[in-house]
Design a protein around this ligand. Sequence first.
Ligand code: GUN
Length: 293
Amino acid sequence: MSQIIDGKFVSETMKASIAKEVQELVAAGQRAPHLVAILVGNNGASETYVANKVKSCEELGFTSTLLRFEPSITEAELLAAVQGVNDNPDMDGLIVQLPLPDHINPDKVMEMIHPSKDVDGFHPINIGRMAKGLPAYISATPQGVLDLLAYYNIQTAGKHCVVVGRSQIVGLPMSILMQRNHPQGNCTVTLTHSRTPNLEEICAQGDIVIAALGKPEFIKAAHIKEGAVVIDVGLTRVVDESKKSGFALKGDVDFADVAPKCSYITPVPKGVGPMTIVSLMKNTLLAAKGTIY
Ligand code: GUN
């Protein structure tokens, strides 16, 4: 039977240490780290994500500013708002919550964020620096996965890591990170995606399988080798009339099917999810301290 990776516990532990560091900074006369979130429109999931980020700032002693815009905002107006944050020396980190309305090019917006304030790690400069192994903001979810592997002392060197999904936010950076010469790296990495023909066969060769394809309960026992480490990054809302909210959150892994086979597994919820906000807070603290740039 597998050990369940408790992302809720690890995230609480890491939050406590971040809060302590912020207290020490403030006691030494520095201002608190300041995170700015830009939210365009009123997408339900985005509202929840941003509200959670603001709440975490309050809990950890950060300053936060939420800039809300109507969905009718023009691309030029949004770019100007980003520039305003870039130019404000009292603001350390900026996230622009995705998705954006169709008339706004998200790549243009990401590129407008100054790399030194890009705490989401989505700017091409941060992605390029990460790929080269230079100091960079690493995007929150992949960083959260690395922190879980480190916390549970899961050995990665020489292992075959299969990443399922090539999204810009998770799959692609995850594959780059897992091959790095780093304590949570040195894997032989296979990046699989929707055009991979023999996915089940490839996954079943993985010592570490990271599922980030966004298809609820797609990964079954047949995809997993006995004793593998399974990291589930999926988080899809599915209708569930039995729940008060009317929906349930499902990962990409069929937990009941897969868990008996693996050495470690992350559940959904309380696996990778709680780690992502911690990573964002960590990046914002690094931005306030000027550690990366
Ligand atoms: N939308 C979904 N995930 C994310 C994230 O990590 N950052 C931002 N900015 N938007 C998102």
